[in-house]
Ligand binder design. Structure first.
Ligand SMILES: Nc1ncnc2c1ncn2[C@@H]1O[C@H](COP(=O)(O)OP(=O)(O)OP(=O)(O)O)[C@@H](O)[C@H]1O
Ligand SMILES: *[C@@H]1O[C@H](CO)[C@@H](O)[C@H](O)[C@H]1NC(C)=O
Length: 267
């Protein structure tokens, strides 16, 4: 504490160096496998109440780094408000200007966190001793012939070879396997399509195939994110079509098409 008789020092120690004027919100967080449709009731697997609000979040972070802080806010005179004031105190934040009112309820945010995130893994450049968790943890495992060869130890030069490699990758724990085959399109297998299936692509006059693989993977990521209900086979047909456009002109990114230049039936 400041020595008595030294009011300047006492003032310096008590004044907040960071004063935040902003919101204190109580987050009501539900974890679910997906978001409900309008009017639908679904089961969640976890629920918790958290302290949030942009202003308070910033104040808590500054306080935890050692800043002397004060929060200027107003919450309701209700249980969420009481808990929030207590939370500020727990974080060593001054509540001198944190007010409570009878006239309004403490702000709440209903947050639904879905676990539906899909992961698409492209093992490029491939290593033979890839961490085995990559096979089991990725939803979609997509590689080219060279990568399939390195990962499986099999020669992959034909559709028949790729079929064998895809089955071997499935054996390593992959849920969905896609092996791209250049002008031959790709081969896929999945839980619902356990035998490898060839998805051919249209014959085009290839000018420069550099970056075709990345065009394909980028297109597939687009369909997984924006058209999650499209059958996988349809996503692959469309990704083939987009990558086929990219091989018909020179360069890598310079050959990647824009939505506006593609047929409407791809969207
Ligand atoms: N000659 C081609 N004609 C039509 N489509 C092609 C051709 N070459 C590649 N593609 C398309 O691009 C996809 C990826 O091609 P590929 O298997 O050659 O990938 P990659 O070897 O990773 O490519 P790169 O290393 O050149 O970027 C194929 O699945 C196919 O859809
Ligand atoms: C596959 O991708 C690798 C990069 O990981 C690249 O070096 C190789 O040339 C590609 N294979 C084919 C057949 O294009």
């Amino acid at each position: 504490m400041a020595a008595s008789g030294d009011p300047g020092r006492q003032w310096q120690e008590e004044v907040a160096a960071v004063v935040v004027v902003g919101s204190c919100m109580t987050d009501l967080v539900s974890l679910t496998s997906r978001l409900p449709k309008t009017g639908e009731t679904i089961h969640g697997h976890k629920f918790f109440i958290g302290f949030g609000g942009k202003g308070a979040n910033q104040c808590v972070q500054a306080a935890r780094l050692g800043a002397k802080t004060s929060m200027v806010c107003k919450v309701g005179k209700d249980s969420f408000g009481n808990d929030y004031i207590e939370n500020l105190k727990q974080n060593d934040i001054s509540t001198e200007f944190a007010y409570q009112t009878q006239d309004a309820a403490t702000g709440t945010a209903s947050i639904i966190v879905n676990t539906e995130v899909k992961t698409l893994f492209n093992p490029a450049p491939a290593v033979a001793d890839l961490d085995p968790r990559f096979y089991t943890l990725s939803d979609v495992f997509c590689c080219n012939e060279t990568e399939a060869e390195i990962l499986t130890g099999l020669k992959v030069h034909s559709l028949a070879d790729a079929t064998r490699a895809a089955l071997l990758l499935k054996g390593k724990g992959c849920h969905v396997v896609i092996i791209t085959l250049g002008a031959e399109g790709c081969v896929m297998l999945s839980k619902t399509e356990p035998m490898p299936k060839h998805i051919p692509t249209e014959k085009v006059k290839a000018v420069d195939t550099t970056g075709a693989g990345d065009s394909f993977v980028g297109a597939l990521a687009f369909y997984l994110a924006y058209y999650p209900n499209l059958p996988l086979e349809e996503m692959l047909k469309r990704s083939n079509s987009i990558a086929a456009v990219s091989v018909q002109s020179a360069g890598t990114q310079s050959s990647y098409p824009y939505k506006k230049d593609l047929p409407l039936d791809l969207f």
